[in-house]
Design a protein around this ligand. Structure first.
Ligand SMILES: [Zn+2]
Ligand SMILES: [Zn+2]
Length: 372
């Protein structure tokens, strides 16, 4: 794909900026650390900035402004707009517009970070090259009515430069009382932190469409990965997110690592957030069951078509899968806390389909000499 992009299409401003930030982060910051080390103030400030800017992207730019998955009072909106700008990922308005297009056209031409154009394109290639004509901001009319969002869209580069780079240099310089301290603030809290947070966001568009499982749907390439969740403030449960994009949670299970979800929940408890949108657990369970049935059916089709025998392990795995699906039906039928959005008729039909899958498996197993 990249070889087909004319040289004149390079977005020089983005490319030079990303090159300088990356060079300072991976070469300048380590040299500084080896030569001067760091102090607890700079280290704490860096940790604060990583969390503040990282969460401003996931909680603010993504779940609040792009997906409207909850409502937030103005201090939360203002803080995420200011620290979001410090991640140098464009204004919330443009970010949300691109992201809404990503969800609407996932894996297709109009998806700004379309993974089918290659891993590098989805990761950062789409930022390094110009798209002609430029994508119109035709899907963010709601955000254009928000005065804070529009204020940030006007000044985001200034906010990023002042709060994201100059302020850490100033604070660390004042603390250390030297230019070396200020340089440390610029390199560590500024460039290295920008690099880490940007790569974390870029991973969501590249690795989260490449690595992991698809327990909810295979309609698109989005994947769930706990490892990616650790690297992305909980955004690694991307298969769930693409299936249920308006849920304020990405890691929907109790054990999921999703600090963004926890932060939104905490904001609600202190009265700074409200109207948290949750997909009913019955609907989530139904999506998982439908996907498990589809997968089982495909496995059995493959085994039948290939004339392969069913080995003990496959048999056991499929039986366990079908048992899990059956347990889920039971869970649904006995669920009293929530309205199950499904007719008894449909549930009965699904049960029938599952037992048909079980019979097919038993039949295939009976054709295998060692299992008969
Ligand atoms: Zn995605
Ligand atoms: Zn999203």
């Amino acid at each position: 794909m990249l070889s087909r992009i004319p040289f004149k299409r390079v977005n020089w401003i983005n490319s030079i900026f990303l090159f300088i930030i990356s060079a300072l982060a991976v070469i300048g910051a380590p040299i500084y650390l080896v030569k001067y080390g760091t102090d607890w103030f700079t280290a704490s400030l860096m940790l604060f900035y990583v969390i503040a800017t990282g969460l401003s992207i996931t909680l603010g730019y993504h779940r609040l402004f792009s997906h409207l998955s909850f409502k937030a009072k103005w201090p939360v909106r203002l803080a995420t707009l200011i620290f979001g700008a410090c991640a140098f990922e464009n204004s919330a308005l443009c970010w949300a517009s691109d992201h809404r297009k990503h969800h609407k056209h996932t894996d297709h031409d109009d998806d700004p970070y379309d993974i089918s154009k290659g891993f590098f394109w989805a990761h950062m290639g789409w930022i390094l090259f110009k798209i002609n004509p430029e994508r119109p901001l035709d899907n963010v009319a709601d955000l254009q009515k928000d005065k804070l969002v529009m204020w940030q869209a006007r000044w985001d580069k200034w906010i990023a430069g002042l709060v994201g780079l100059a302020l850490p240099a100033l604070l660390c310089g004042l603390w250390a009382g030297s230019w070396v301290g200020a340089l440390g603030g610029f390199l560590l809290v500024g460039t290295l932190r920008i690099f880490l947070v940007q790569q974390s966001t870029f991973f969501i568009n590249s690795l989260c469409h490449t690595l992991g499982r698809q327990p909810y749907s295979r309609n698109c390439t989005a994947k769930d990965s706990t490892l990616m969740a650790f690297l992305t403030f909980g955004e690694g449960y991307h298969n769930y997110h693409h299936e249920f994009q308006h849920d304020y949670r990405n890691g929907v299970k109790r054990w999921s690592f999703d600090p963004t979800k926890w932060s939104i929940w905490l904001l609600e408890k202190v009265g700074l957030a409200s109207n948290l949108r949750r997909v009913p657990s019955s609907k989530i369970l139904l999506a998982e069951m439908a996907e498990a049935r589809r997968r089982t059916s495909e496995h059995l089709d493959h085994i039948a078509a290939s004339g392969e025998t069913v080995c003990e392990r496959t048999h056991q795995a499929v039986v366990e899968l079908l048992e899990r699906v059956t347990d889920s039906y039971h869970e649904l039928e006995t669920s009293t806390g929530e309205h199950v959005e499904m007719s008894k008729h449909k549930l009965a039909q699904w049960r029938r389909e599952t037992s048909e899958l079980m019979s097919r498996l038993t039949h295939l197993a009976s054709l295998t000499p060692q299992m008969a």
